[in-house]
Design a protein around this ligand. Structure first.
Ligand code: SF4
Length: 65
């Protein structure tokens, strides 16, 4: 699974780093999240999907293998 954040959509709500801090973080001094890792290890896939479902603007893009 691959994950990324569409920074044109992200509104900086800071939800995804709370749900899944192993994968998502906020850029310092900005209102955008980014993915710390592109390739999601199997044990973090559920976490990534939950963050994707929870994002209010559907900015988290998941590509299943
Ligand atoms: S949950 Fe969505 S809108 Fe909120 S910080 Fe993450 S990517 Fe941005």
């Amino acid at each position: 699974m691959k994950v990324s954040v569409d920074q044109n959509l992200c509104i900086g709500c800071e939800t995804c780093p709370v749900i899944c801090p192993e994968i998502f973080a906020m850029y310092p001094n900005s209102n955008f999240a980014y993915a710390l890792i592109e390739e999601v290890p199997a044990e973090l896939e559920d976490c990534a999907r939950e963050a994707c479902r929870t994002c209010p603007v559907e900015a988290i893009i998941i590509e299943e293998d």
